[in-house]
Design a protein around this ligand. Structure first.
Ligand SMILES: [Zn+2]
Length: 82
């Protein structure tokens, strides 16, 4: 199975190693963070929202809900790939 997000995720994880480390210092374990499929940032898992195979941070989730209500996107896949 090849998930197109896997390579992106690995790249992002490498780039985010520093911020995640500083998050550890601030008392936020890296394990409690997830990579948002839309913006690519590591966000606290508590704020993440799952849409099928995608996971969005709180901010992107609200943007998606808004876009859906406006009718600018029809599905989560469309939103993430846009
Ligand atoms: Zn996001």
């Amino acid at each position: 199975m090849s998930d197109p997000f896997d390579s992106v995720k690995m790249k992002i994880t490498r780039e985010l190693r520093q911020p995640v480390k500083s998050g550890l210092i601030l008392g936020t374990p890296a394990a409690s963070r997830v990579i948002c499929h839309n913006c690519g940032y590591a966000r606290p898992i508590a704020e993440a929202v799952r849409y099928g195979k995608y996971r969005l941070c709180g901010e992107c989730a609200s943007r998606y809900e808004l876009a859906k209500r406006r009718g600018t996107v029809r599905s989560i896949g469309e939103f993430v790939l846009d």
